[in-house]
Every structure is written in structure tokens, then in C-alpha cells.
Design a protein. Structure first.
Length: 420
């Protein structure tokens, strides 16, 4: 076993929830050794006691064992010193305490444990406008319970129609707009979603190169691994549920669903608001490893270099080389989804081998266009305006759990902790 390095801080981290993102975030921070102590709130009893919780933390069907993740497959388990009454355990030198009493954030009592920073991974509290004492709980409940900052491992969802985003809330993606977080004003930070994270890193280099005005339209579809919200076997839908597909077995089906990536992307990259954009999602029966298929329509410049696949590849190669954090990856290898699982800090892995372009001339009949004056039309020899447009298809892989999302969430968490 490798010699343990010193901790990067004396801050105590709080994690609310121990589902897929909560558990893997715990793995990440144990490996990172920035926080010497972590409180994990699950808000209920689990199994027959703390030993069963430790077993759940230690083993994972997708990524293997925790000790294998930390030190390789020849290593030994790293969880010990279990104290059932106190709810504490030692994970590779990190003190971890499991809280099992309260599910409502306002009742957790973070101040009692000197927790100043909380990562909420439950997916249950996404509305930053709700007060801390909302009956079913809220993000602000963490603040009322003593936390100074709350990071959400999902996009915000404001339920009240027309309600504005609060001034103390912000959405960021590491490597894209992380600088928009202002420690003086922001108390609730959304880390967006795994899909938005990948998409933002795919779109940003193209906007930087072409500018938003040359991107006439864009669409994406994510071929997404299963999530914990889906059913193992077919199940009767709940009352008033209208999407019957969400209750079908993910083991046996390709399932069409929705994604909020388009809406969240405009919060991260404001230029997207001026680009027509559609985002769709398809769930498939794999445990992790997802793929975005991005399609762009780009306006050619009359005297400029034609947009071809080679140009798009060069843009991504250069962007990946110049990415200071190494979040954007480019590869000319032929990959399948298993190849990118667990790849550290890879927000997006561009599959260069499958970048394709095709250029065609689009004819626009100005006589049918609104706002064109009759005098102007009469002066034209030809009412048809011909514009060369190139369609580009780009594939981007991402490990929607540990490799991409959790690792960037960990970077966001540490970056905020360093400013507390």
C-alpha cells in the first residue's frame, strides 16, 4: 500500500445522500485526501447496522472494490474501526461518520459537527427558491442547519412558474465557467449534470473558434446509461404519471426520455441562448458510460477556409492540448463505452475517428421571408439567397458517474473549500 499523503485542509465535508453520486464522491474524497473528516447523512437506518453500510461503501458492481480503486487489485480492504453507536468508521485514514436520523436538511444540524460545506447528492432538493423550512425540505435547509455553502450534484429545478434564479445561486461547469462562482455572493452552487458537463466541453471550443453567429442550429442526443430512477422490471405507474416509459424495465429496453441539458447549457454558456438548440436522451441497459451525438449546422464564409472534418478535428486537438485542467480529451482511437469508464477527469472524450461533415447550399426564397420591403425585392434579379452550410457530426464519450461527473464535482468541491 502506498504511503498516505497529508491532508490538504482541516475542513470537514458534509455529503447528503449515499446513492451513486454520494457513494462515489466519498470514494473520490477519500482518495484525494483534502478533507480529513467527512460526515455522510443518509437520514435512515440501513441494513442491520454500520457494518452493512461499510460493505456497501467498500464494494461496487461497476467500479469494483474501494481498496482496488485506491491501491490496485492486490491491496486489502481499507475500512475499519467501526463504532456502531457513534456511527463512525475509518476509511484509509479519513474519519467518516454516518448520520442516520434526519432526511430534511434543516434538521441535520451541520453546525453541531462543524460542517461548513455540504454536497447534496440526493436529487431530492433542487429548487434554490424554496425557504429553509419548506415542509418537504429544501437546499436552504442546509444553510439554516449551519452550512455556509451547498453544492448540488444536479441542475436546479425551479417549480414556481416565472420565479427568477436567486442572486446567491449559480450553475457552473468546471473548465467552462467555474470563474462565475463568486464566494462573496453565491451560497448555493449547482454542478449541472453529467450530460451538460460533457456537452459544454464539446460546444465551447467550437464557439471559441467559429463564434455563435456562424452556428445556425444545433441538436444533440445522449445515449445514456441507466440511472437509479429507472425500474429493473416493468412496474405500474403512479397516479397522474403521464410518461409510461419510465416504468418499463431498463434491463430489456431502449427507452426514450428527456434531458434538461439544453436549458442548463445556456446557464453555463450564455451564447447558446442565440442558437436554436434541441436536446434529447435515450436510456440504454448499461451501468455507466454514455455518448453525446452532437449535430451542428455551420455557415461557411465566402472567402474563408472550408469547414471540413479535418478542421473540426484540429480544433479539438488544439483545445485538448491547451486545456489547463485536462478536462477535454481527444482521441483518434476507435472506442466502445467500456473504454472510457473511470477515465479520470475526462469531461468529454472526442471520438475523432467519427467526426463527419457535409456541405450543401441552402436556398432561401426572400419573397417568402418576413420583413423584406417590396422595393428591395423588385431590385433583386434573383429572390433566391444561396448560403453554403456545413453540417458537422461529433461524438463525445463521458463516464456519467465516477470518471467524468464525480471527478469534476470533486474539483468543484475542493475549489470552493479553498475559498472558505
Amino acid at each position: 500500500m502506498a504511503e498516505q499523503k497529508a491532508f490538504g485542509s482541516d475542513l470537514i465535508l458534509g455529503i447528503n445522500g449515499l446513492g451513486r453520486i454520494g457513494k462515489l464522491s466519498l470514494w473520490h474524497h477519500v482518495a484525494r485526501r483534502f478533507f480529513p473528516e467527512i460526515f455522510v447523512n443518509i437520514g435512515r437506518a440501513a441494513g442491520t447496522g454500520l457494518a452493512d453500510i461499510a460493505d456497501y461503501i467498500e464494494r461496487d458492481s461497476t467500479y469494483g472494490s474501494l481498496h482496488g480503486y485506491l491501491y490496485g487489485q492486490r491491496s486489502k480492504p481499507v475500512i475499519g474501526e467501526l463504532d456502531e453507536e457513534a456511527g463512525t468508521m475509518n476509511i484509509d485514514g479519513v474519519r467518516v461518520r454516518i448520520l442516520r436520523q434526519h432526511r430534511n436538511p434543516v434538521q441535520i444540524g451541520w453546525s453541531d459537527h462543524d460542517v461548513r460545506l455540504v454536497v447534496d447528492t440526493t436529487g431530492s432538493f433542487l429548487d434554490p427558491t424554496l425557504p429553509g423550512d419548506a415542509p418537504k425540505g429544501s437546499l436552504r435547509g442546509h444553510l439554516d442547519a449551519g452550512a455556509e455553502k451547498v453544492i448540488v450534484s444536479a441542475p436546479f429545478k425551479i417549480k414556481a412558474k416565472g420565479a427568477a434564479m436567486p442572486d446567491d445561486a449559480v450553475t457552473t461547469v468546471m473548465g467552462v465557467n467555474a470563474h462565475q462562482y463568486d464566494p462573496r455572493h453565491h451560497r448555493i452552487i449547482s454542478n449541472a449534470s453529467c450530460t451538460t458537463t460533457c456537452l459544454a466541453h464539446m460546444i465551447r471550443p467550437l464557439i471559441n473558434h467559429f463564434g455563435p453567429k456562424r452556428i445556425l442550429s444545433a441538436s444533440m442526443a445522449t445515449i445514456h446509461a441507466a440511472t437509479g430512477s429507472q425500474q429493473v422490471l416493468d412496474r405500474l405507474p403512479g397516479a397522474d404519471k403521464t410518461d409510461l416509459r419510465k416504468n418499463r424495465s431498463i434491463l430489456n429496453n431502449i427507452i426514450l426520455t428527456t434531458t434538461g441539458a439544453a436549458k442548463a447549457l445556456s446557464l453555463v454558456i450564455p451564447e447558446m441562448a442565440s442558437i436554436g438548440f434541441i436536446a434529447e436522451s435515450v436510456r440504454i441497459p448499461t451501468s455507466t458510460g454514455s455518448l453525446i451525438i452532437l449535430v451542428l449546422n455551420l455557415q461557411e464564409e465566402p472567402n474563408g477556409e472550408p469547414i471540413r472534418a479535418g478542421m473540426i478535428k484540429a480544433i479539438y486537438r488544439q483545445s485538448a492540448r491547451e486545456d489547463p485542467a485536462g478536462y477535454l480529451h481527444y482521441t483518434d482511437r476507435q472506442n466502445v463505452s467500456a473504454d472510457i469508464i473511470g477515465l479520470p477527469r475526462a469531461a468529454a472524450i472526442i471520438e475523432g475517428h467519427e467526426i463527419h461533415t457535409r456541405t450543401a447550399e441552402i436556398a432561401i426564397d426572400l419573397s417568402r421571408a418576413a420583413g423584406v420591403e417590396p422595393e428591395a425585392m423588385a431590385a433583386m434579379k434573383d429572390p433566391l439567397l444561396r448560403i453554403p452550410v456545413t453540417q458537422a457530426v461529433i461524438y463525445g464519450w463521458y463516464d456519467n458517474e465516477l470518471g467524468s461527473y464525480v471527478n469534476l464535482l470533486g474539483d468543484r468541491t475542493v475549489s470552493i473549500a479553498e475559498q472558505l
